[in-house]
Design a protein around this ligand. Structure first.
Ligand code: ADP
Ligand code: MG
Length: 624
């Protein structure tokens, strides 16, 4: 059921190579201090990947994962501590805990279960938060863990050193764990869950509109990341043999975050690379910090040079490279030759049907209204969208068209009225379930996942449909062919031309196999050739898949040609509904458009003559 792609495996091998090389070099040339350093590097890589799984994919900085490292360290330490040391160092340990004396690996396993349980408990509230409120919550968690560790003197020796832990970890123990961490992080990143979380990082609203349950995926990333961090903490405990609570606090958090940010938060390669670079900087500066004898004189001792050095390195890198040293793509994703040659695209003619022809059914909008703090943006909108027909939605700027689409799709909860799909009220559904119920949309201001590839953008949507037995990535390829974007699959969405971005947004919506598709100004900002091309695509989709389309569009010539039914909004009110011919003859519509334009004055007249019945300035800015 879980398909592991070749690219993922290549990526894991490629990212693990530097670790293998470092381990080999250290043991051959620098046994002792070099091995020690490389072992720490391995452990740091695991910790940084743990933070990165949550922070990198969700876009929420986490200060809390070092708290999980501490829990992992103390838990596995307590389970393995030398019984003789335990008697003297921890005389008040509860009897049941004192009687446990496990070897390293079973202790690690139990410690990870403890970490996972705490992560689940904390993750439930944290996953509901976004942005800086989530970050602050993770900081609060770190502080709580620290305070509890210091206060639990009977179990942890408080702020004193906790010692007597068997040193079970060396370079060759740490290495397989680090490689496993790389594999877990990369498999997660490339999985449907990881892709969804990355999509939510790029644009939370757009991700829910393609069926992503953002809270669920933040939660999964949080717990998985915590387990990796917990493992890093336990390994560190068994590498050092002794530690105290302050070893798992702000200093370590700062250094690990620096590694992640410097390398690039969103990639596994970035986590590994950033860890290596920061560790080299720290090693170098630590030598300088203690004063260096240059032969002819001595450099003075500079207190805090290491931290300053890390800070400066981050500033310099961020100034030059916002996405960190390794950017937003994995190493293997940058090199075309590492990929399987792209398959010849499926032409739109032999592409399998995206949607089974629905037997009847309608999307019914009933008395829909929306108020924003007293402002009535929409009132009493009532109409139907029928499969196979195009409904046009027109009205001057500020008329409430986007508000209508937002309310129907649940992005903005309506203040009144109902939306029914085949008689079922979709208001009771969570927003991310609306697309799966058959309703997809695009946004007036394009909302793509800019740092994901074109193919990934569409794959996110395709993977919202579970249990249809299709590979989401293959479905995504078919949809891209449908809108003529199959040649751009591996490009980042943000680098596409404007017209192509609009088409990609439509492709992403189509990948949900919707029965109803709401397009908010799909041709806005397009040149005439791009508009023409878009209309062909829309026309083909509509007839081929019997989609019910709702299109907001300013070019009335276009609306009149494309639409079967036209709904007219003005100042939040639905002022007319009918065939294009009826609408063109409707005095209220003419009043709303042309009447206003006359009063708007001379400046707009040319535009009117050029474009026919084109709407003018917004009702809000209209001086009349
Ligand atoms: P249209 O898409 O027809 O140009 P909109 O639906 O975007 O119009 O806006 C309708 C009215 O609702 C406008 O007066 C706009 O300022 C207001 N509005 C839209 N979204 C919000 C919001 N999130 N908060 C407050 N007012 C809003
Ligand atoms: Mg709008």
């Amino acid at each position: 059921m879980v398909r592991v792609r070749r690219e993922t495996v290549v990526g894991i091998l490629l990212t693990s190579l530097p670790l293998l090389a470092a381990a080999a070099a250290a043991s051959l040339f620098f046994p002792g201090s070099g091995e020690r350093l490389v072992t720490l590097f391995m452990i740091n890589v695991i910790a940084v990947l743990g933070i990165g799984i949550y922070a990198g994919n969700s876009g929420i900085v986490s200060f809390g994962h070092v708290g999980f490292m501490a829990i992992g360290a103390y838990a596995s330490g307590l389970l393995t501590i030398n019984p003789i040391v335990q008697k003297t160092a921890l005389p008040h340990l509860p009897a049941w805990l004192a009687s446990i004396d496990l070897p390293f690996l079973p202790a690690l396993a139990v410690a990870l279960v403890v970490v996972a349980l705490v992560a689940v408990l904390i993750g439930i509230p944290v996953a509901r938060l976004a942005g800086s409120s989530a970050s602050i919550a993770t900081l609060g968690f770190l502080v709580i863990v620290h305070v509890v560790l210091v206060a639990s003197t009977d179990i942890t020796r408080g702020s004193q050193t906790f010692f007597g832990i068997p040193r079970a970890v060396n370079l060759w123990v740490a290495l397989p764990f680090a490689v496993a961490a790389i594999a877990i992080a990369r498999l997660y990143r490339d999985s449907s869950a990881g892709l969804k979380l990355r999509a939510s990082r790029e644009d939370e609203i757009a991700s829910t509109a393609v069926g992503v349950n953002v809270k669920l995926h933040r939660f999964i990333g949080w717990v998985l990341g915590a387990i990796l961090a917990g493992a890093a903490g336990a390994l560190l405990a068994h590498f050092l043999g002794a530690f105290s609570p302050k070893d798992f606090y702000f200093n370590l958090t700062f250094v690990l975050l620096a590694m992640l940010i410097l390398g690039g938060v969103t990639t596994v390669s970035g986590a590994v690379g950033g860890t290596a670079v920061i560790m080299l900087i720290v090693e170098l500066l630590r030598k300088l910090e203690g004063g260096v004898d240059l032969g002819f004189g001595t450099l003075p001792t500079v207190f805090g040079l290491t931290d300053i050095g890390i800070g400066v390195a981050i500033l310099v890198v961020m100034y030059r490279l916002q996405d960190g040293l390794f950017g937003v793509r994995e190493l293997d994703e940058r090199f075309g030759w590492l990929k399987r040659a792209s398959k010849p695209s499926v032409s739109s003619d032999n592409a399998p049907k995206i949607t089974p022809v629905p037997a009847g059914g309608t999307l019914k909008v009933e008395n829909l209204g929306k108020k924003f703090a007293g402002l009535v943006a929409l009132e009493n909108a009532s109409f139907e969208i029928k499969p196979g027909l195009v409904t046009g939605l027109i009205g001057p700027n500020g008329a409430g068209k986007s508000t209508l689409i937002n309310s129907v799709s649940g992005v903005v909860p309506p203040s009144s009225g109902r939306v029914l799909i085949d008689g079922r009220d979709i208001a009771s559904l969570p927003v991310h379930a609306v697309p799966v119920a058959g309703l997809a949309r695009t946004f007036q201001n394009i909302r793509l996942f800019k740092n994901l590839t074109v193919l990934e953008n569409v794959t996110v949507a395709a993977s919202a449909l579970k249990g249809n037995g299709e590979d989401p990535m293959e479905s995504a390829r078919l949809v891209l062919a449908e809108v003529g974007l199959d040649g751009f699959s591996d490009q980042l969405a943000g680098t596409l031309s404007y017209g192509a971005q609009r088409r990609l947004e439509i492709a992403r919506a189509l990948a949900l196999k919707p029965r109803y598709l709401l397009l908010d100004e799909p041709a806005a900002g397009m040149n005439p050739a791009e508009t023409q091309e878009l209309m062909h695509v829309l026309d083909r989709i509509r007839t081929k898949y019997r989609l019910g389309l709702l299109v907001v569009e300013h070019d009335l010539k276009l609306i009149m040609r494309l639409c079967d039914i036209v709904v007219v909004l003005n100042k939040g009110q639905q002022i007319a509904i009918g065939t294009p011919a009826e609408i063109q003859a409707n005095p209220d519509v003419i009043e709303a458009y042309i009447g206003r334009r006359r009063s708007a004055g001379h400046a707009k007249r040319e535009a009117v003559e050029a474009g026919g019945l084109q709407p003018g300035a917004s009702g809000l800015t209209n001086p009349a």
